[in-house]
Design a protein around this ligand. Structure first.
Ligand code: UGA
Length: 455
């Protein structure tokens, strides 16, 4: 089949190269000429394990092309739209400017029976609006608009694309359904379930899924706080819950709060959609608010671990990206944490294997270091903010030698309390009694903006 993908960002690039790997002939189009030139040279603009090799293989086998002009639109069996839908400034709605610009641009080029498939995350009703626009611009044509949301995770995108839990196809049109099913046929043969639903339903499946994942995380984070108060272990609680198939064990890792380009943005956009339609999503509203507060409040753990004010203290923050295996720092919990540490007068040193450049504009006062050990040199505490593999097996002996004080605040629960005790560290984790989880000072009791108390 011939497939054109508009937008060579995260979703577009991964989808395009995976479609090519299925055996389809794919053209990935992006307005950014520099990005397209780099892709043609095999340079990948995003950090995603395995992507570079897959792109190179499919280019060399002649199935994958890149263009900064709308190419192959008229001949494509399906045209996928995969451009960004960032949060609109001011109100948190999804900004659909790029989507509608693309629709206007491709409208005159589409074949009269084209299938346009939206892969970008778009609010309910966007497919209807795209269809209305296409009818207006192409009254001669019978173009079908399908919603086919994407569920891939950064850092595991290729695996997620090729082994999806489900493929959601939103259209009532049998011809469009058949074309999209054919695009995904290799996965379908592997028994990935295709869920055929209405277009509006498909659009909502995406938001509801992300909002539910966010809810699981926010829930276990609050349970972790309770564990700290009652002396229970959140990891065992999560395991005990997760063994119930109705609950499931995934997305129950307590930590500093969820970040990234999707969960925070999509929960906010879903809340706006609900408001616009006179519905209320009070659970999701609470999840978003609780998560926002949590990130900055993680600074309190550092204050507690150091027994009080941290003015003038040096804190090493390991990990700046919102999760490992990505260079993405958007809405990363590490950033509000760093701001809070600075507000309290601490000097913050940091290291991240991939996200230093992206983080710089958001954390200009951070001292960037060349390694975890360089960051920890002379530090009063090390904070593990992202669970990169290389932070899971730190040389504790070396760390203790170079730090000013042997204190580790593990916001991702990657270490065990007993090994830290053996290595003579004061170790504070999230929701676990084997680590020190002493109740931390309350923000409310302190004056505004001063997490660290009298200084
Ligand atoms: C998320 C969804 O997981 C994907 O299914 C979806 O396709 C994607 O958004 C999207 O809409 O494009 P992603 O943003 O890549 O994927 O990252 P996640 O793996 O979901 O992690 C999000 C955040 O939650 C991270 O900060 C992570 O550290 C945190 N998290 C995740 C936890 O704190 N605990 C967990 O148990 C799981």
């Amino acid at each position: 089949m011939r497939v054109t993908v508009i937008g060579a960002g995260y979703v577009g690039l991964v989808s395009g190269v995976c479609f090519a790997d299925f055996g389809h002939r794919v053209i990935c189009v992006d307005k950014d000429a520099g990005r397209i030139e780099a892709l043609r040279r095999g340079e990948i603009p995003i950090f995603e394990p395995g992507l570079a090799d897959l792109v190179a293989a499919n280019i060399s086998q002649g199935r994958l092309e890149f263009s900064n002009e709308p190419t192959g639109i008229g001949e494509a069996d399906a045209v996928f739209i995969a451009v960004g839908t960032p949060s609109r400034r001011g109100d948190g709605h999804a900004d659909l400017t790029h989507i509608y610009d693309v629709v206007r641009e491709i409208a005159p080029l589409l074949s009269p029976t084209a299938i346009v498939v939206t892969k970008s995350t778009v609010p309910v009703g966007t497919g209807d609006e795209i269809e209305r626009l296409l009818r207006e611009l192409r009254p001669d044509a019978e173009i079908q608009v399908v919603s086919n949301p994407e569920f891939l995770r950064e850092g595991a995108a290729i695996q997620d694309f090729k082994h999806p839990d489900r493929i959601v196809v939103g259209t009532d049109d049998a011809r469009a359904r058949a074309v999209v099913a054919e695009v995904y046929r290799p996965l379908y043969l592997n028994a990935a379930p295709i869920l055929n639903v209405s277009r509006r339903t498909a659009e909502l499946v995406k938001y509801a899924s992300n909002a539910f994942l966010a809810t699981k995380i926010a829930f276990i984070n609050e349970v972790a706080d309770l564990c700290e108060s009652v002396g229970a272990d959140v990891q065992d609680v999560a395991r005990g819950m997760g063994l119930d198939n109705r609950i499931g064990g995934k997305f129950l890792h307590a930590g500093p709060g969820f970040g990234g380009s999707c969960l925070p943005k999509d929960t906010t956009a879903l809340i706006k959609t609900a408001h616009d339609h006179g519905a209320q999503l009070r659970i999701v509203e609470t999840v978003a608010a609780v998560n926002d507060q949590r990130k900055r409040a993680m600074a309190r753990k550092v204050v507690a671990a150091l027994d009080g004010p941290i003015r003038g203290k040096t804190i090493a923050v390991l990990g700046l990206t919102f999760k490992p295996n990505t260079d993405d720092t958007r809405d990363s919990p590490a950033l509000p944490l760093i701001t809070a540490l600075h507000d309290l007068g601490a000097v913050v040193r940091s290291y991240d294997p991939a996200g230093m450049e992206q983080a710089k504009p958001h954390a200009p006062d951070v001292v960037c270091c060349a390694s975890a050990y360089a960051a920890a040199e002379g530090a009063d505490a090390v904070v593990i903010a992202t669970e990169w593999e290389q932070f899971r097996a730190l040389d504790l002996e070396r760390l203790r030698r170079i730090m000013a004080r042997p204190v580790i605040v593990d916001l991702r629960n990657v270490y065990r309390g007993d090994e830290m005790k053996r290595a003579n560290f004061r170790y504070v984790a999230v929701g676990r009694p084997d680590a020190e989880c002493r109740p931390v000072p309350s923000l409310a009791k302190r004056s505004a903006g001063r997490l660290g108390g009298a200084e």
